[in-house]
Design a protein around this ligand. Sequence first.
Ligand SMILES: [Zn+2]
Length: 423
Amino acid sequence: MKSADLLLLGASQVVTVDGGRAHAKRGAKEMNDLRVIEDGAIAVRRGRIADIGTTNHITARWRGLERIHCRGRTILPGFVDAHTHPVFAKYRADEFARRCRGADYEEILATGGGIHASARALRACSQDELARDVHERLDRMLLHGTVAVEAKSGYGLTVESELKSLRAIRQGAAKHPLTVVRTFLGAHVVPEEYKRDRAGYVRLVIETMIPRVAKQRLAKFCDVFVERGAFSIAEARAILLAGRRHGMRPKVHADQFRDRGGARLAADVRAISVEHVDATRRAGMRALAGAGVVPVLLPSASLFTGLKHIPNARALIEEGCAVALATDYNPGTSPTENLQLVASLGCSLLGMTPEEVVTAITRNAAVATGLAETHGRIATGRHAHLVVLDAPSYEHLPYRMGTNLVWGVVVGGRVVVREGRIL
Ligand SMILES: [Zn+2]
């Protein structure tokens, strides 16, 4: 008998999301191949997965210091949220209420609401206050089974407040079990004070913000919002290439309302991922598949804003893309930390299969977040980042819409959530 630090036994399923030669799972055949072990068990040693198999196989070979009986529950790779905006000063419930009562977004913007309201509020906050909020939001993500998250700045829109936002993410994540990957999104929108000098703001992003973010090692990725009212393709290309020169790999918010060629831009600049792509046409999809850019779809934002724009997941998968799903957690268009809900919407709104949505919030999301080596699948020798759902099969994950099914979470071999509570 060999000795393990932790044994997880008696799971009705261990959903490994393993197999395949590349990091991401592309197209329908790979995305539907989850590699499930029935009556499964896992042995964990020194933070890594030492063995996987049936419960009989594991109990015959391993003795464990700590044993968890999963009693018919389902084990999956810990979820990865590939797209969030978790550093903001306050929620905008008042605005949401106004929208429900009939005000439109333009009207809310004109009366000082929307993203500009978020920018004003964030500028007035201290780094400590922001970090405390980030930490609480990470707790809620963890309770919903998320073990790694991509986190963007973008509500500061001044040099100091963008740096403060990224430092607040770093500070809020410092003593937290979640892995947090930071993205600089200074080019979220043009702030109010630059309304008559767009070129001036683009210069500020390129010449001042990006070099300082890079020098202080505050972000791994550089993102731009390509949209009317935000940034043009030409402006975005200049910003993304500047980011790349400073060691930050591009990400792009693209084609949310209309196909402006954002997907093609993402392919051209070798972005790691492209976000939204609600309106992207086939040519753009083929460019993404050809360049290996992961489309990160955000169906909770589509739902929350009234289903006017819905990404064509089926076409993206048909074209051979490795599709990922994320919450887009933010105070304006998607105030949810719950990736399980997003998985449900992947099936019900986007026509994905339960297998595809599981792949999309684990393995493909890990690739989109630059965490392919450490997250997103269960395999011998890899880090033990696991989630235990209080359900007999992974099909319950998209089916039990809006319900938090998380019973346990293991991060780096350590049990951090048990019986739905953070330890
Ligand atoms: Zn976003």
